[in-house]
Design a binder for this molecule. Structure first.
Ligand SMILES: [Zn+2]
Length: 267
């Protein structure tokens, strides 16, 4: 559909994907996904829960209606189109109340963490726009304004013979919670995990405005990115497109230097 960007509809625990963008994990999935208008995908582990087909909703798991957050996801399915015209939408966010419960359960004091790091809680947008593909050919989701700015940034770099690729864009609270749950299950303590991962709810990637950038031939998310021509170009030109480095050397958040992490700030 030319000129109209596919969207990711967001609810607290379940994402609603355009069917054609998801990889099938089996024959049954493949048939359903190819025909689905929307696919309900559990955020914490990526499990496909149901496919919305022309003839109705096809459950892909047993006991679909017992799935946590399913009512909210089905409401969103009823309300929203698969495609939106970019630019016509106001930015809405999901409420944060559920996140506080999850942080409590993990033993993370959100208030103390925010105070110590200066990193605020970041609500998730209610929907995201497709911003092309990342380095790994996965769909890249960003807020619609950031998606547009990223295309302009990438194209401007290309005109100067600089190739930028996206390594990571939007990530959900539940995705980050899933990382913590898996590390806890391996026996790591909360402090050890927090030394490497931002607390769920506090990553700029939740906003749909942050991008990890790279350039071909360079490993992802390594400090060596700072000595590439791509980084030099970003340093000189990113601000013209609304992007800035979030975590320079010796930043006040105590976060390691991340030359690859850039944030779009709406004008
Ligand atoms: Zn990042």
């Amino acid at each position: 559909m030319r000129g109209i960007a596919p969207t990711l509809l967001n609810t607290a625990e379940i994402e609603l994907w355009p069917g054609g963008l998801l990889r099938a994990r089996g024959n049954r999935d493949a048939r359903a996904l190819a025909r689905a208008r929307r696919v309900l995908r559990r955020k914490r582990d990526g499990l496909y829960l149901a496919a919305e087909l022309p003839e109705g909703l096809l459950p892909l798991v047993p006991r679909l209606m017992h799935e946590s957050g399913i009512d909210e996801a089905l409401d969103a399915l009823d309300r929203d189109p698969v495609h939106r015209r970019p630019g016509l939408d106001v930015v809405e966010h999901l409420p944060l109340h559920r996140l506080h419960e999850r942080l409590d359960a993990l033993g993370i004091d959100a208030g103390a963490y925010a105070e110590r790091t200066g990193l605020p809680l970041v609500p998730e947008p209610a929907w995201l726009a497709l911003a092309g593909r990342d380095r790994y050919c996965r769909p890249l989701w960003l807020r619609v304004d950031a998606a547009r700015a990223w295309r302009h940034l990438r194209d401007a770099a290309l005109r100067d013979a600089i190739v930028l690729d996206a390594i990571s864009g939007y990530r959900s609270h539940d995705y980050q919670l899933g990382i913590f749950a898996r590390k806890r299950a391996r026996g790591l303590g909360i402090d050890a995990i927090l030394a490497v991962n931002a607390a769920p709810g506090h990553s700029e990637h939740h906003s749909g405005l942050a991008l990890d950038l790279g350039t071909p031939g360079e490993p992802p998310a390594e400090e060596s990115f700072e000595s590439t021509p791509a980084f030099a170009w970003l340093r000189d030109n990113a601000a013209d497109h609304g992007f800035s480095l979030s975590y320079p050397r010796d930043n006040p958040h105590g976060i390691v230097y991340e030359p690859w992490h850039w944030r779009y700030a709406p004008a």
